[in-house]
Design a protein. Structure first.
Length: 188
C-alpha cells in the first residue's frame, strides 16, 4: 500500500448530488474495509447554493479529520464550486471537472462533459456518479482494495428511487472507463 491517507473534495451546487456522491463513496469504503470520514458543507440555499464534502480515506485505524486544505483529489461539477474550492487542493492534485458546466483555462485537469453524458443515459442528476465511477481505479491503486462492487453496494444502500439507482449504476460504468489503466489519461 502506497498511501495511508487520501483526501477528496467534491463540490457543486445544491441538487447536483454532491452529498449523495460523498455518502456512496463513504459506504463503499466501509464495505471494502477502509476507514473513512466525510464532512458535508452547504450554504443556506437548498437548490443552486454551494455544496461540498471532504472525504478522508485511510487504511490506518487512526481516525483522520475530514477537514483539509490539502486534498489529493478534487471533483467539481459547476464553475462556482471550482473557483471557490480549488484552493483546497494541494499542488499536483488530481482534478476532475464537469466540462458541461466549467470552462477551465488555468489548471491541469481531467475534463469530461458529465452532465451531457448523464442526460444521454436518461437524467443529468447522475453526472455525480460518473465521477464516482472514475475514482474506483484511483482508490484501488492507492489502497490495493476497492472494487466496483463496493460502489454498487453503496448505491444500493443509499439510493431508494429505482430509476435513479439504475441510472446511477450506468453512470458509474461510464466513469469507470474514463481512467482505465493503460489509457493515455491514466496518470495516477
Amino acid at each position: 500500500m502506497k498511501k495511508s491517507k487520501v483526501q477528496i473534495i467534491i463540490g457543486g451546487a445544491g441538487g447536483q448530488g454532491i452529498l449523495t456522491a460523498g455518502k456512496v463513496l463513504s459506504y463503499a469504503c466501509i464495505k471494502s474495509g477502509l476507514e473513512v470520514s466525510c464532512l458535508p458543507a452547504y450554504g443556506a440555499e437548498m437548490r443552486g447554493g454551494y455544496v461540498y464534502c471532504i472525504l478522508t480515506i485511510s487504511n490506518s485505524e487512526d481516525v483522520f479529520s475530514p477537514i483539509s486544505s490539502e486534498c489529493d483529489v478534487g471533483i467539481f461539477l459547476n464553475e462556482k464550486s471550482f473557483h471557490m474550492l480549488s484552493s483546497y487542493l494541494k499542488q499536483g492534485a488530481l482534478i476532475f471537472l464537469n466540462s458541461s458546466l466549467i470552462k477551465n483555462k488555468n489548471r491541469k485537469a481531467f475534463e469530461f462533459p458529465a452532465t451531457e453524458e448523464a442526460e444521454k443515459i436518461g437524467d443529468g442528476k447522475v453526472a455525480n456518479m460518473i465521477f464516482v465511477g472514475a475514482l474506483i481505479p484511483f482508490i484501488k491503486k492507492m489502497f490495493n482494495k476497492f472494487r466496483k462492487e463496493d460502489i454498487l453496494w453503496g448505491v444500493e444502500k443509499l439510493i431508494r428511487n429505482e430509476k435513479l439507482k439504475d441510472l446511477s449504476k450506468k453512470a458509474i460504468e461510464i466513469g469507470l472507463k474514463l481512467l482505465e489503466p493503460g489509457s493515455e489519461k491514466w496518470e495516477i
